[in-house]
Ligand binder design. Structure first.
Ligand code: NAP
Ligand code: MG
Length: 401
C-alpha cells in the first residue's frame, strides 16, 4: 500500500516522560506505516528547553504561525523539584503559557465520547466543549486586606492626569477588597476564536456571564461578543445551520445539566477553570479529553489535556509494565492531521484521521482498553492491555477496517 503524502509540514512538538514514550509508540505503530509523515520537529522535552534557554519553545510557536497547525506532546512545567531533578539553569515557564502568549489563542477542551464509558450525567450524549478565556479577571487581580474603618475607591488616571473615581465601599470595620481587569482586545480575540471554532466544528456556541449584576464588567463581555457576532459571523452561522446563544451563567449551568451536549460553552476565565474540571470528571477521565489552542488568526495547536503521567514514567524506567492511556494523544495527532488535510485539500489525510479515531474507539468498545478505563467502564469482559499492546490493538483494528 502506498503511503499518504503530505504537502505542508505539520509542526511536531515532542514532550516529556510517559507521554514522550507514548508519542514514539504512536508514531511507530499508527502513523509512520501509513503516512509519509512530513513534520517539522521541535523537541520541547525539558532537557532541550534547558539547553536552548527555552528558545526551542519560542521557535516551535513561530513555526506554528508559519505553517498553521501543530501537535504537541505533554510537557513538564518545572517547579522547584524539577529544577533539582533536571539540574535546570532556571525554572523555565510553562511551554503552554509561552506558546499561548505568542499565538494569542483560546483553549478548547472536549471529552472523547465512547460506548462503555458513560458520563455521570445520564442525558449527556455528545461532548460538551469548554472554551476558557485565558486572560485577566481574578487571575490578574490585586487584593488588599482592609484593617479597619476607611474608604476604598477605584481610581483611573488618564494620560493627562485626570482622575475618575468610583466608590467600592465605605468600610466601618475590617474587611477585604479586590480589583481586577480585562482588556477589550483580549475579549475580542476570545470571541473570534470561539466563533471560528464553532464554524469549524459545526457546533452551536453558548456564552454566559453575570451581566445582570455586573453591569459594566460582565456586560462588556456580552456586548463585545454580540457586536462581533452581528458584524462578522451572523450570516456565516446561519449558512452553517448553527446558533450563537447568550444567557446568564446560572441559567447556562442549569441548561447544561439538562442538555444532551454537542455544543461549545464559552466561559470567562474563572468559570472556565471551574467548569472544565466539572465537565471532564463528569465525562469520565482526563485521559479521554482533547485540547486545542485556536488563535484568532486561525492557527491550531492540538494536544492531550492531561500531563506527562510522571508516576507511570518512573514505573516504566524501573522496567515495570505500564498501562497508560494514549487515546487523548492519538486524538491530538488525528485532530492536527485532519486540520492539515483540510487546509491542504488533502482528502486522504483527513480520511486517515477519521479512520484512526474510529479504530481507537472501536478497540475500546470491543473491550480492549488500558487500566484507567477498565476501572470505570460499564462493559463486561474487558481485557486490560499495557501501553504498547493497546496501541498495537488499535493498529489491528485499523488493519481489519
Ligand atoms: P498527569 O500527568 O495528568 O497525571 C495525573 C494522574 O492522572 C496520573 O498519575 C494518572 O493516575 C492519571 N492519568 C493522567 N493521564 C493519564 C493517562 N493518559 N493514562 C492513565 N492515567 C492517566 O498530571 P500530574 O502528575 O499532575 O503532572 C505531571 C507533569 O505533567 C507535571 O510536570 C506537569 O507540569 C505536567 N503537565 C503538563 C500538561 C501539558 O503539557 N499540557 C498538563 C498538565 C500537567 P494514576 O497515577 O493514579 O494512574
Ligand atoms: Mg482548574
Amino acid at each position: 500500500m502506498e503511503k499518504i503524502k503530505m504537502t505542508t509540514p505539520l509542526v511536531e512538538m515532542d514532550g516529556d516522560e510517559m507521554t514522550r514514550i507514548l508519542w514514539q509508540y504512536i508514531k511507530d505503530e499508527l502513523l509512520l506505516p501509513y503516512i509519509d509523515l512530513n513534520t517539522e520537529y521541535y523537541d520541547l522535552g525539558l532537557e532541550k528547553r534547558n539547553e536552548t534557554n527555552d528558545q526551542v519553545t519560542v521557535d516551535s510557536a513561530m513555526a506554528t504561525k508559519k505553517y498553521g497547525v501543530a501537535v504537541k506532546c505533554a510537557t513538564i512545567t518545572p517547579n522547584a523539584a524539577r529544577v533539582k531533578e533536571y539540574n535546570l539553569k532556571e525554572m523555565w515557564k510553562s511551554p503552554n503559557g509561552t506558546i499561548r502568549a505568542i499565538l494569542d489563542g483560546t483553549v478548547f477542551r472536549a471529552p472523547i465520547v465512547v460506548k462503555g464509558i458513560e458520563p455521570c450525567v445520564k442525558n449527556w450524549k455528545k461532548p460538551i466543549t469548554i472554551a476558557r478565556h485565558a486572560y485577566g479577571d481574578v487571575y490578574k487581580g490585586s487584593e488588599m486586606k482592609i484593617p479597619g474603618p476607611g474608604k476604598v475607591e477605584l481610581v483611573y488616571t488618564d494620560e493627562n492626569g485626570n482622575e475618575t473615581r468610583e466608590l467600592v465601599h465605605n468600610f466601618t470595620s475590617a474587611g477585604i477588597v479586590q480589583g481586577m481587569h480585562n482588556i477589550n482586545k483580549s475579549i475580542e480575540s476570545f470571541a473570534r476564536s470561539c466563533f471560528n471554532y464553532a464554524l469549524d466544528t459545526k457546533q452551536d456556541l453558548w456564552f454566559a456571564t453575570k451581566d445582570t449584576i455586573s453591569k459594566k464588567y460582565d456586560h462588556t463581555f456580552k456586548d463585545i461578543f454580540q457586536e462581533i457576532y452581528d458584524a462578522e459571523y451572523a450570516k456565516k452561522f446561519e449558512a452553517a445551520g448553527i446558533e450563537y446563544f447568550y444567557t446568564l451563567i446560572d441559567d447556562a449551568v442549569a441548561r447544561v445539566m439538562k442538555s444532551e451536549g454537542g455544543y461549545i460553552w464559552a466561559c470567562k476565565n474563572y468559570d472556565g477553570d471551574v467548569m472544565s474540571d466539572m465537565i471532564s470528571s463528569a465525562f469520565g477521565s482526563l485521559a479521554m479529553m482533547t485540547s486545542v489552542l485556536v488563535s484568532p488568526d486561525g492557527y491550531y495547536e492540538y494536544e492531550a489535556a492531561h500531563g506527562t503521567v510522571q508516576r507511570h514514567y518512573y514505573k516504566h524506567l524501573a522496567g515495570e509494565e505500564t498501562s497508560t492511556n494514549s487515546v487523548a494523544t492519538i486524538f491530538a495527532w488525528t485532530g492536527a492531521l485532519r486540520k492539515r488535510g483540510e487546509l491542504d485539500g488533502n482528502k486522504e489525510l483527513m480520511a486517515f484521521a477519521d479512520k484512526l479515531e474510529k479504530a481507537t474507539l472501536d478497540t475500546i468498545e470491543s473491550g480492549k482498553m488500558t487500566k484507567d478505563l477498565a476501572l470505570i467502564t460499564t462493559l463486561k469482559d474487558v481485557t486490560v492491555l499495557n501501553s504498547l499492546d493497546f496501541i498495537r490493538a488499535i493498529r489491528q483494528t485499523m488493519e481489519a477496517m
